[in-house]
Design a protein around this ligand. Structure first.
Ligand code: PLP
Length: 410
């Protein structure tokens, strides 16, 4: 069964015929029901939460419902899901909350491949006595190799932070296998995974992954500009609360939600669920649970994304001056359709602007994975060119990109 693209695209009024969007790893277009939920909230519930009057109680229910959907997307409970303004803020808050639990000599492993939001806060634990170790990039393949992690693990390993999918190269990391290796000898190690570049493409199941924390950015999953962070209950209970002193330590997840969530944005979140329901229903799936339908929708997304990736990669593989960074396969079990490359003899900053004239939206730079770009020796190219697709892109759009690239690289 193929994804009905016409049906899908009707849910995204922000998609225009004029612009073909290939900057989706930066942020996706919100689905219509998300926008409608935000507008409805602002128009009908412009009051504050927590009061005794009914309108306030109704507003609160809307916001909580949104947080519940974020949790359901992750396969977690609402008590274990912190919805905050972004992944950057959520991970920084978690790191502050764990800092008082660090003992001198505890070892913290971070990668060179991650977005800085899953490196910097953990490196900051050095100020609390942690010893920081770096899981280096395999320079040849632009990915993380499990064999490079093994020697870093020790009985003192307190935390390992790594990505499920690098936002610069789109390759999946086998989280389950990494977790198994870490837990084999050190069941108590905290494992923090950045799923931001994974979750727009596949349905996440934090329980199956057996991680302690998992971050996603909802504005890249067709939602509003918010982030959701799963934190396993035991870790959440152990963490030092970051909210006002009068919030009890067992106030989950509020203890890690200083300032709470933007109410109207949270009210938009059920729109993501409604969209996935609609896709599942359209393609004839009535699962036992809502998530079964969503899983089917994501399977259809994956198949379509593979076709999109293959068309672009075919062009890039054949171009004599192009070097693909990361895997050159479109295999959906290996990658998201986030594709990076550099052009010999042309800095990335010069590759992209000519594409703008074709109304093809691409981007270049380090994408906040600054350490990865440095480690891969790509600073001299001014970073990478990144074309990132999601399921609502069409093959016709990829053809436009290929044509525009063909002209720009002549
Ligand atoms: C892989 C990855 N991690 C983390 C982030 C940071 O997310 P946020 O913008 O929600 O802070 C991004 C943003 O682009 C990302 O791509």
């Amino acid at each position: 069964m193929q994804l009905d693209l016409e049906f899908v695209r009707a849910f995204f009024p922000g998609l225009s015929k004029h612009w073909a969007l290939f900057d989706n790893a930066g942020g996706s277009v919100p689905t219509q029901a998300v926008t409608a939920g935000i507008v409805e909230y602002l128009e009908r519930f412009g009051v504050q939460l927590g009061a005794s009057y009914d309108l306030s109680a109704q507003a609160e229910r809307r916001v909580r419902r949104g947080e519940e959907i974020a949790a359901e997307l992750l396969g977690a409970s609402p008590e274990e899901t912190v919805v905050g303004s972004s992944t950057t803020v959520n991970l920084a808050t978690l790191a502050r909350a764990l800092a008082p639990r660090i003992e001198a000599g505890d070892e913290v492993i971070v990668t060179e491949l991650d977005h800085e939001s899953n490196i910097g806060p953990w490196r900051g634990l050095a100020a609390h006595g942690a010893v920081i170790k770096t899981w280096a990039i395999d320079r040849e393949r632009a990915t993380l190799d499990l064999s490079d992690l093994e020697p870093l693990l020790s009985p003192r390993t307190r935390l390992v932070a790594f990505t499920h999918c690098a936002n610069v190269v789109g390759e999946f990391i086998d989280v389950e296998e990494v977790v198994r290796r870490i837990r084999a000898n050190r069941p108590d190690t905290w494992i923090v995974v950045d799923g931001v570049a994974y979750a727009p493409h596949r349905l996440v199941d934090v329980k199956a992954l057996d991680v302690d924390a998992y971050a996603v950015s909802l504005y890249k999953i067709y939602g509003p500009h918010l982030g959701a962070l799963y934190v396993r209950r035991e870790l959440l209970e152990h963490a030092k609360g970051q909210n006002h002193f009068f919030f009890p330590e067992d106030a989950l997840p509020a203890k890690l939600q200083p300032g709470g969530v933007a109410h109207e944005l949270a009210a938009g979140l059920p729109g993501i669920g409604a969209y996935l329901d609609a896709v599942a229903e359209r393609h004839g799936v009535r699962g036992e649970t809502r998530r079964e339908g969503w899983a089917h929708a994501f399977r259809l997304f994956a198949e379509h994304e593979e076709q999109l990736a293959e068309r672009l990669l075919q062009f890039l593989r054949e171009h004599p001056r192009v070097r693909i960074i990361g895997p050159n396969t479109s295999d959906r079990w290996m990658r998201a359709p986030t594709i990076a490359f550099v052009v010999e003899g042309m800095p990335s900053s010069q590759v992209v602007p000519p594409l703008d004239q074709h109304h093809v939206a691409v981007r270049w730079g380090h994408f906040y994975a600054r350490r990865a770009i440095e480690a891969l020796g790509l600073v001299r190219h001014e970073g990478i060119v990144r074309a990132s697709m999601v399921h609502y892109n069409t093959l016709a759009e990829v053809e436009r990109l290929v044509k525009a690239l063909g002209q720009a690289l002549r």
